[in-house]
Design a protein around this ligand. Structure first.
Ligand code: ADP
Ligand code: MG
Length: 701
């Protein structure tokens, strides 16, 4: 594919390679490369995720749960404990109180270094442990009893997790990068009029501020992304994101596509054979899709519909249209399990019509795979369903007319394009249909999906029993355990979702393991399974399959179970620490139950005291099951100041910007995009390079 987004070579300081910086050799450059950082500019735009206040030592006696604080104290006792799992516990005290440091991974040298009487200074999140305050895996170092000045003088920026490159190193590198371009301005690609109207700081000032906040910077303002420096960068990032999708769309639509034949009898037969009538919303979405399929330019359409709204059958209608017009259709799912699920659904619907389905996933190997590949190449396989395996080089379609992608956010634009290329051999490009279960308000959709036309399925098939939702404080855990026993006695199944541990998949997995152990003990008659993010996709799929087959009663999981696995027999969903999750995520998780005919329940366990917003969120969950309504309320509850961003919605991850939080900037973003596309086009490429250059997400077109 040709590119409209070529970047001009420029000799500015910010475009020099990172190796131009002092102390950056090939080894480090390679590690940085893995993070998508190759130029000095890339370093400048590696923006802090958050900030920590290490400017003062907090007395243990005045700590609050949930703080992230610097604490200093003398070691009272260090011992290895075997409670649950082997761990090192270190008790420290500072005269105002005492607390525990807990290590699951430690060396004996580390243990010796924490001998009684040693004075240490540590930093971490203050949590509630059995014996009061504790920090799990704190950052710490030994200090002299008189060492009063070693605390920081300004807020400490924390950069995105970066394997093999320490935070300290990143701080040093970004400082150097800021110095490197100190005497030259960093080019500002935004239209001057926009900058004036928004009254935001210059790019140079904004970058200085976010990387190295001055001593008087407000942690509250920065943590909630309300500082003008952050808003300045967020605006620019949203704009770059929006522009790249707009260009992508322009590019794709310039290419020729296939106009499908007029509707034939096969489609009618299929519709007549369905055991249900399509809902009004499904019919509307289908009409929009069908209209696109008849056009000679490639369709780019997203179907947005809540969990359970019946997107699959709409996709199947499109697939049948492709087949009756003499084309193949490919359906791509994010996991093997979901691909298999689609495979079964499509087979049940389409086999009676004489349509063969080829499956292509990582686990189908040997002769089955060889046969599938051959059938795809000859065109005998009319419908091909699979995972990423569909991208592989050996996969050659005879005549791909339609690419359907389920659960879009798991793939990203880049992968969609790869699938599209699979159909390009003939010089024409397949239609694309993307399905997502993330309902978002229209204003957001216009930016998040600026490359796509959007159809909405905002109605559930009739006869669903809404999930009953309650919110309970975690002190009532025992009651919840009894409810699980009850549900499973009635041969139903249950989920237990463990809390999100920000930034540490490892701690999250540990928490889940521990919960599974405790629940298995309390419910010894039940078969308890466990899935978490540290497991391989293969192992996760295996556990999910067992659960689906009914060989596991209670599935303990981290938030990885979010995507659309259908287990109609599961009727109880327990979500721990629900107060820490966003509405989008709570809704997605709850959508795992209520898929059968029996009444389903959802228990939101929370830890008081609730913030105002958390209380509001839980009450929205109790009040409604409608994803679009929830998403509207979500947007209202956010706005600048709300910490939980789109991280949990499945929307694209950005560096500073957040579609939900910064939604108020979107109208201006769109206006500016128009302006640049019409009168400032030369500035677009360097802007995109700056923000999306590292992009699996887009830009690599
Ligand atoms: P999702 O939109 O979450 O992918 P599915 O396509 O998996 O939802 O549909 C959920 C269930 O609803 C499936 O069992 C499907 O067969 C069924 N279904 C879809 N459309 C209708 C309809 N119009 N009437 C009744 N049931 C339907
Ligand atoms: Mg689905």
């Amino acid at each position: 594919m040709s590119t409209a987004i070529s970047s001009k070579p420029a000799a500015a300081a910010e475009l020099r390679p990172v190796t131009a910086l002092r102390g950056v050799g090939d080894a480090l450059a390679q590690k940085l490369q893995k993070l998508g950082i190759s130029t000095v500019q890339d370093l400048l735009f590696l923006l802090p995720l958050r900030y920590e206040d290490r400017t003062r030592v907090v007395p243990i006696g005045s700590l609050q749960f949930g703080d992230r604080a610097v604490v200093e104290g003398d070691v009272q006792l260090t011992e290895i404990s075997f409670r649950g799992r082997r761990q090192l516990l270190c008790r420290i005290s500072d005269g105002s109180g005492s607390m525990t440091l807990r290590f699951f991974y430690f060396s004996s040298a580390q243990q010796q270094g924490l001998a009684r009487g040693t004075r240490i200074r540590c930093f971490g999140e203050i949590r509630r442990g059995l014996g009061g305050f504790e920090i799990v895996h704190p950052e710490y170092r030994r200090v002299a009893a008189t060492d009063a000045n070693a605390v920081e003088s300004a807020l400490t920026p924390i950069y995105p997790l970066t394997e093999g490159v320490q935070q300290g190193r990143l701080r040093q590198l970004t400082s150097q990068a800021l110095l490197e371009v100190a005497n030259e301005t960093i080019r500002d690609w935004l239209p001057q009029t926009t900058l004036r109207e928004l009254d935001l700081p210059s790019l140079r000032d904004a970058l200085d501020y976010v990387h190295r906040p001055p001593p008087d910077a407000s942690l509250e303002l920065l943590s909630t992304y309300r500082h003008p420096a952050q808003r300045r960068l967020a605006f620019e990032e949203l704009l770059a994101h929006h522009l790249s999708l707009r260009l992508l769309r322009r590019e794709v639509q310039r290419d020729p596509g296939w106009a499908f034949e007029p509707q034939g009898t096969l489609l009618q037969k299929f519709v007549d054979s369905l055991p249900f009538k399509l809902t009004g919303a499904q019919q509307r979405a289908w009409r929009e899709i069908d209209r696109d399929l008849n056009q000679p330019s490639p369709m780019l359409r997203l179907v947005q519909g809540d969990v359970g709204s019946g997107k699959t059958v709409v996709a199947a209608l499109a697939a049948v249209r492709a087949v009756e017009s003499g084309f193949q259709a490919a359906v791509m799912a994010p996991t093997e399990l979901l691909a298999e699920q689609h495979g079964r659904n499509f087979a049940a619907w389409l086999a009676p019509l004489g349509l063969d389905i080829a499956m292509l996933t990582g686990k189908r190997t040997g002769p089955a795979r060889t046969r599938a590949l051959a059938d795809i190449a000859t065109g005998d396989a009319k419908i091909v369903i699979g995972t990423h395996a569909l991208f592989q080089e050996q996969v050659e379609f005879r005549r791909l007319g339609l690419a359907i992608v389920d659960e879009q956010h798991r793939f990203g634009v880049h992968q969609r394009l790869l699938l599209r290329e699979k159909g390009a051999a003939s010089g024409r490009f397949p239609h694309q249909l993307i399905m997502t279960a993330t309902p978002i308000p229209r204003t957001l959709a216009m930016t998040a999906y600026a490359d796509l036309d959007v159809s909405v399925i905002d109605e559930l098939p009739p006869g669903r029993t809404p999930v009953k939702t309650v919110a309970l404080t975690e002190s009532r855990r025992d009651e919840v355990v009894l409810r699980i026993r009850d549900a499973c006695r009635q041969k139903r199944q249950a989920y237990w979702v463990c809390p999100l541990v920000e930034e540490s998949e490892q701690l999250e997995a540990q928490a889940a393991e521990e919960t599974a152990r405790v629940l298995a003990e309390a419910l010894s008659e039940l078969r308890v399974g466990l899935v978490h993010g540290r497991m391989t996709p293969r192992d996760k799929d295996a556990v999910m399959s067992e659960f689906k087959a009914g060989r596991i009663d209670l599935l303990v999981a981290t938030t990885v179970i979010e995507v659309g696995v259908d287990v109609p027999n599961a009727s109880l969903m327990v979500i721990e620490n629900a107060e820490r999750m966003g509405l989008a995520q709570l809704h997605q998780l709850r959508g795992r139950v209520g898929r059968g005919s029996a009444e389903s329940n959802c228990v939101l366990l929370y830890r008081p005291p609730l913030t105002e917003v958390a209380r509001e969120r839980l009450s929205v969950m109790r009040a409604t099951n409608d994803g679009f309504e929830i998403s509207r309320r979500d947007l209202e509850l956010r706005g600048p100041g709300e910490l939980l961003g789109t991280r949990q919605t499945g929307l694209v991850q950005m560096r500073v910007a957040d579609l939900m939080r910064d939604a108020d900037l979107l109208p201006k973003v769109q206006e500016t995009a128009e302006l640049m596309l019409t009168s400032n086009e030369a500035n677009i490429a360097p802007l995109l390079r700056r923000w999306t250059g590292r992009g699996e997400q887009f830009g690599k077109v």
